[in-house]
Ligand binder design. Structure first.
Ligand code: ATP
Ligand code: MG
Length: 554
């Protein structure tokens, strides 16, 4: 077994269990999402953890839908969750649903009744809340607590049979109304809810509570290490109590800290509000911290995995800098994305000494970081476009791009010098007239001229118009969920800017949805799923500048 000192606390537990022969060294985890929304970056961390541990220890990981609450769950969410887990690169051993265990869970409840460990309570929610007591203040027993076993069994069967309206009765575990842990003061384990369930339809009108379903589901699946977030730490004694009383497979629960990332929201409920109230275009809006949003934005799955591994697991909650995630995105895309030329805000240049009607095909590397990526041909002719801000009429010192009488290299092509600035009646620059140096061709430069600046360009004759969607942070504060007021008060007013003026090189005409590119000097971009050959659409994935790496070097 590994002696690695940098094992995280879960790996330490697992390795010591394996060493001690617990469960014959078997490791079986599960990822248990409630299908009530799309998964977000926090879930990605839980997925990487659960599937990652199973993989590392030659075990298995189940995908279990925790679908015990009929009113919030939908098949659309189930499908999106499966797509997200697959996209992240993981394979589940079994696709399971807590709702598949409804009959078994019902029988577990009957077993508790039989043992005198559960009873039907007719108290109102207010009465039960009053019975509960508080920290340091013991609760009081319900009037119905000592109902006979047979009566409880009959009432429970009647509840199942639909004899009572919602809320009329509940089944409670009979534990201890003075227990220091309030969750063990006779918790509700079944409630009546006449609601349609996305899988079981109208078969059931009583549903188990989370605490009664979760641990037993783990046990049914013989999960060895049930990993969940810290808010469930106080539920663990209840988890263990049910397992002990029912005498079923002893799964164990371990808790780690929820992951939050700055400028991101990690709550499905809150993300649902953004969708329903049209603050974003949908769950997969590229500004969303959902896995599907990140995918559409162009984040590679490998970058999300790298990020989750990098932040690891912790026992205390903290806000991870979004710069760490963006660092991972850049690092992955740097290795894989083809470098292409796109001019986002074009101004025309005319090479007055270049023959009209002539076209040259130049050779461009796709990605110098990846030799196998090859080269492509790009066309060059008399009329080109460059970035408007790569020209300055009155440049400051140390401006190494284009300006009157100054020279610059066009990437993969020639050195040009600006001779004349053409303006319209309002004084706006419409064209730049330049000379090109025929001896300065990239790869075969005999001109002897040295210029400091290299700028990108596109050929006017075959450049393709494109829409480029530029994104800023969705929130103005780094921790919107905990900032003052409602989190939606902190939505940034200009988180998306649509640019319809961009021109991209011809090779992008056939780029397909999801393809990722580096627009040289501009950042990483990917083809949006709404893109077509009639209207090319790109999403800005991330800029080139790496603020996080700089911070680390300080
Ligand atoms: P949400 O509040 O977004 O609905 P949740 O915890 O209720 O989150 P579940 O569908 O119950 O969502 O979560 C599935 C699994 O993912 C659980 O094991 C949960 O602990 C884990 N998880 C959820 N959010 C995070 C997070 N921010 N960081 C790490 N793990 C998380
Ligand atoms: Mg939940």
């Amino acid at each position: 077994m590994s002696e690695d000192k940098s094992l995280n606390f879960l790996e330490e537990i697992i390795e010591s269990d394996i060493a001690a022969g617990v469960n014959n060294g078997r490791v079986h985890t599960r990822f248990p999402p409630e299908p009530n929304g799309y998964l977000h970056i926090g879930h990605a961390s839980s997925i990487c953890l659960n599937f990652g541990l199973a993989k590392k220890y030659n075990g298995l990981c189940n995908l279990r839908f925790d679908d015990t609450n009929p009113s919030t769950e939908e098949t659309e969410y189930v499908e999106s969750i499966k797509a997200d887990v697959k996209w992240l690169g993981f394979e589940w051993a079994n696709e399971l649903y807590a709702s598949d265990y409804f009959e078994q869970l019902y029988l577990f409840a009957v077993q508790l009744i039989d043992k005198g460990l559960a009873y039907i309570d007719d108290s109102t929610p207010d009465e039960m809340a009053a019975q509960k007591g508080d920290i340091g203040k013991p609760g009081v027993e319900s009037f119905y607590r000592n109902r006979g076993i047979e009566e409880n069994k009959q009432l429970f069967a009647d509840m199942r049979a639909g004899k009572y309206p919602d809320g009329a009765k509940v089944l409670r575990a009979k534990i201890d109304m003075e227990h220091p842990n309030l969750l063990l003061r006779d918790p509700i384990i079944y409630r009546i809810k006449h609601a349609h369930h996305h899988r079981t339809g109208d078969q059931w009108c009583i549903y188990p509570m989370y605490d009664f379903a979760h641990g037993q589901s783990d046990s049914i699946e013989q999960i060895t290490h049930s990993i969940c977030t810290l808010e469930f730490i106080h539920h663990r004694p209840l988890y263990d109590w049910f397992i002990e009383q029912l005498n079923i497979f002893p799964s164990h629960q371990y808790e780690f800290a929820r992951r939050s990332v700055s400028y991101m929201i990690t709550s499905k409920r809150k993300l649902l509000q953004l969708v329903n109230e049209n603050h974003v275009s949908g769950w997969d809006d590229p500004r969303m911290p959902t896995i599907s949003g990140m995918r559409r934005r162009g984040y590679p799955a490998a970058a999300v995995r790298q990020f989750c591994d990098m932040i690891g697991v912790a026992k205390r909650e903290n806000l991870v800098d979004i710069g760490v995630l963006e660092f991972c995105v850049r690092e992955q895309l740097n290795k894989t994305a083809h470098r292409v030329m796109a001019v986002l805000n074009p101004v025309k240049i005319i090479l007055t000494n270049y023959e009209a009607g002539r076209t040259e095909n130049l050779v461009a590397d796709n990605n110098t970081e990846d030799e196998s990526s090859g080269t492509r041909s790009i066309s060059f002719s008399r009329e080109l476009y460059i970035e408007r801000d790569d020209f300055m009429e009155e440049p400051p010192k140390k401006f190494f791009r284009l300006a009157p009488r100054l020279s610059v290299r066009l990437k993969h092509a020639y050195i040009i010098t600006c001779n004349e600035v053409i303006k319209d009646a309002d004084g706006n620059i419409t064209e730049l007239h330049c000379n090109y140096n025929p001896d300065s061709k990239s790869g075969n430069d005999t001109s002897g001229i040295h210029v400091k600046g290299v700028i990108h360009w596109v050929n006017a004759a075959d450049a393709v118009p494109a829409q480029v969607r530029m994104y800023n942070r969705l929130f103005t504060v780094d921790d919107p969920a905990n900032a003052e007021g409602d989190f939606k008060e902190h939505i940034a007013p200009n988180s998306m800017e649509i640019n319809n003026a961009a021109l991209v090189e011809k090779s992008l005409l056939n780029a397909t949805s999801g393809e990722q590119f580096q627009f040289m000097r501009k950042g990483y971009f990917c083809v949006d799923r709404e893109s077509s050959s009639v209207q090319l659409i790109f999403n800005q994935t991330v800029g080139l500048k790496d603020t996080f790496a700089k911070e680390m070097k300080k």
